[in-house]
Unconditional design. Structure first.
Length: 168
């Protein structure tokens, strides 16, 4: 069901996740996101995470079971962009390069800098660079603050919802 290059979203069930969902301008379902990569028959999700769950603040590579575990999440979404195989491979190369660089989490949520990234920014920049600018995304604003919300990613016209899974 999940392919390399898929956008994986989740809905956390804590206060921080609830607050981050409110930043979404159109669809407030998801609070966090990453990019899937199939490696040796296992699915991993690369994602930028801050706070107590990630003490070193570097981009993470977690098994899908860890990323989506139901104790801390209400559900997940699986989305796929209309990219050819070469573009999709490029996205995964960018993701792995940023991971190998040990890129840190951006607590300022500053879209203009590239030395630190937050979750949606990591995903946005990976798809933008990997697709050679084929993918263009809406940039949300609250007053003068510009950012990429999780919904700016999956509501992209070239993004196709594969499945939404809600945990009981």
């Amino acid at each position: 069901m999940i392919h390399s290059g898929d956008l994986i979203t989740r809905t956390g069930n804590d206060f921080t996740s609830e607050s981050l969902r409110q930043l979404n301008q159109k669809d407030k379902t998801y609070s966090h996101c990453g990019i899937a990569s199939i490696e040796n028959d296992s699915v991993f999700v690369y994602h930028a995470l801050g706070g107590e769950f990630n003490p070193d603040q570097k981009i993470r590579r977690d098994a899908i079971e860890t990323f989506s575990e139901p104790y801390s999440n209400r559900g997940i979404g699986i989305f796929r962009f209309r990219l050819n195989d070469n573009e999709n491979d490029n996205v995964i190369k960018v993701v792995k390069k940023l991971y190998a660089m040990g890129l840190m989490f951006d607590m300022k949520f500053d879209l203009k800098t590239d030395d630190r990234v937050y979750c949606a920014e990591f995903v946005y920049k990976s798809y933008k660079v990997g697709s050679l600018d084929k993918l263009h995304f809406n940039i949300s604003h609250i007053k003068n603050f510009a950012f990429i919300g999780v919904d700016d990613l999956f509501l992209n016209p070239l993004c196709i919802e594969q499945q939404r899974i809600v945990y009981k």
